[in-house]
Design a protein around this ligand. Structure first.
Ligand SMILES: [Zn+2]
Length: 319
């Protein structure tokens, strides 16, 4: 046992790992893409890539498995929690993959905690990021999907099935378009990158020759003055602002931290988000919400994963 954790972050396209010390210092950080696999061995190939990345990180940091307080992992959802059986939308080879159990076998039954990446974001920002010292915090990520996590009274919230703070399926437009979740008018379908791009394409936006129709290119076109791109990016921001207002109207939060590609894209998204928030946050306790920009997208997910095991009273759980 020791005061350091192995932290792993598994997104739809990349894997990251590092050894994280009790003061938040990262050692031996390693990143690699999620392998593109198919066929019956695909699940094992993805797991091998995860463990290679993690093991390489331990070697680079000069830390043995026996010196770890445990392993924390943030993974794209959905998942069964706390069992840590994961089915990331963008990793089709993993369906109910027993990630937590498989990691435990490799670390001599040291504690292994797996949670969804939105919750790791909240823990990471609160433990060592821009939201240190905030008592009541919402973390929101706007990317391929919209996710998030919640800290209330200084404690990470999990919810009964591990989905507390998953703001992506909060209704922000009661009569809005259908959402892939089966609902309607969810924040995710109004604001996530692929949905925003789809709306822009339907309205006549064409990406520059040779560039993909994705959120990054859309944001660049908006910044360069394309009116359709600008309008749809702003609609995304406005929906996120409305969602944050709904969250703080319910929960009386102190701050929200926003992460993901659109949040980093500049004033078009940010100003629309602020305006959307102002339209829907009317009461004094709601209007006081501080809106923070996530500043360290490479380290925050690893901080959060590490916090699960290094600060169990605040960010951990049993089961
Ligand atoms: Zn939904």
């Amino acid at each position: 046992m020791g005061e350091r954790a192995l932290a792993i972050d598994i997104g739809g396209t990349k894997i990251a790992a590092a050894v994280v010390d009790a003061d938040g210092a990262l050692r031996g950080a390693v990143r690699r893409p999620v392998p593109v696999v198919s066929g019956p061995s695909g699940a094992e190939q993805v797991f091998a890539a995860v463990w290679d990345c993690a093991y390489e990180s331990l070697l680079a940091a000069g830390v043995g498995i026996g010196e770890l307080a445990g392993v924390g992992c943030g993974c794209a959802g959905p998942m069964r929690w706390p069992a840590g059986e994961v089915s990331p939308l963008n990793i089709p080879a993993w369906r109910d993959f027993p990630l937590r159990e498989r990691l435990r076998e490799l670390v001599d039954d040291a504690p292994v905690l797996v949670h969804n990446d939105g919750i790791a974001l909240a823990a990471g920002e609160h433990w060592a990021g821009v939201a240190r010292g905030v008592h009541n915090l919402l973390a929101v990520t706007v990317s391929t999907g919209v996710g998030g996590g919640l800290i209330l009274a200084g404690q990470l919230l999990h919810g009964g099935w591990g989905n507390a703070g998953h703001i992506g399926h909060l209704t922000v437009a009661a009569d809005g378009p259908p959402c892939p979740c089966g609902g309607q008018g969810c924040l995710e379908v109004m604001a996530a990158g692929p949905h925003t791009v789809r709306r822009a394409l339907a309205a006549g936006w064409v990406p520059p020759a040779g560039q993909p129709a994705d959120g990054r290119v859309l944001a660049a076109c908006a910044a360069a003055g394309n009116q359709t791109a600008r309008r749809e990016l702003a609609r995304s921001g406005s929906a996120v602002g409305a969602g944050m207002a709904a969250a703080t109207n319910l929960l009386d939060l102190d701050a929200a931290v926003v992460a993901g590609g659109f949040a980093q894209s500049g004033p078009i998204f940010w100003d629309a988000m602020r305006a959307g928030f102002d339209r829907h946050a009317g009461l004094a306790f709601s209007r006081r919400l501080r809106i923070l920009r996530s500043a360290d997208p490479d380290r925050v997910p690893l901080w959060g994963a590490a916090a699960f095991v290094l600060v169990p009273d605040r960010y951990g759980w049993s089961g």
